[in-house]
Design a protein around this ligand. Structure first.
Ligand code: ZN
Length: 235
């Protein structure tokens, strides 16, 4: 048998084994990837809310400082208003009192508003964190499932990959490239075993002359319909 054909046959066997191992993992890799990207999307949202909360609490401290000062001013004005001697002084202090009262009222309004805002944001943050925790738990679970499955097949997978590498190294590049191209478009098959007098992949009939050439297994022959390398094994 042509050495290259024997190598191709073994390569196909290995690729079928590797595909089985991949199938064994199921859609776990996709699930894990999806969870990871979802978590990555939530992270900046959490940070943005935490920043807003910091700003709000900073503003409130500033606002309460303004209110305190206004109250002090109000007290001062109220204590001197009855001691004034002229109407002009009285008017000036009355205006001061009015301004202080306005400042206090406005400050209190802003504080109340920021409290409401803060509550809303805290609620959103709690919900987000809740969701994130659930995603994290799910991710941990999926990863451990994945690890379990990998542990059971990893040794086989490595040895197949190692053997595959050696085979690929021995194959001529155009032959390997054709095998890979065909495998990609033929559900993982680059080799077709001839059954009866038909291609084992696409079942197209092979003329007798060609069939006897294939049976000799001393040349590389492709199926004219599906492009698979045709090989023949008596069993
Ligand atoms: Zn075919």
């Amino acid at each position: 048998m042509l050495e290259e054909l024997a190598l191709l046959i073994r390569l196909q066997e290995i690729d079928i084994e590797l595909a089985d191992i991949e199938a064994e993992k199921g859609d776990l890799p996709e699930q894990i990837e999806k969870l990871e990207s979802e978590i990555a999307e939530y992270q900046p949202q959490v940070e943005a809310i935490e920043n807003d909360l910091k700003t709000i609490s900073g503003n409130r401290i500033e606002q309460s400082h303004i209110i305190d000062m206004a109250r002090e001013q109000l007290k001062k004005s109220q204590s001197v208003i009855f001691n004034v001697k002229t109407t002009r002084e009285y008017d000036a202090i009355s205006t001061e009192i009015e301004q202080s009262k306005q400042k206090i009222a406005e400050g209190e309004r802003l504080q109340l508003e920021s409290l409401v805002n803060e509550e809303d944001l805290k609620r959103s943050l709690d919900e987000l964190k809740d969701r994130l925790n659930k995603l994290h738990d799910e991710l941990v679970e999926r990863r451990s499932e994945m690890k379990e499955r990998l542990d059971s097949t990893q040794e086989d997978e490595l040895s197949f990959l190692h053997e595959r590498e050696k085979i690929v190294h021995h194959l001529k590049k155009p032959v390997y490239d054709h095998y890979e191209r065909t495998r990609k478009i033929r559900d993982g098959f680059g080799i077709a075993h001839v059954t009866g007098s038909a291609c084992g992949y696409c079942y197209s009939k092979i003329p007798p002359q060609r069939l006897s050439e294939i049976k000799r297994m001393d040349d590389i022959i492709l199926c004219e319909v599906c492009g698979c390398f045709l090989v023949y094994s008596p069993d």
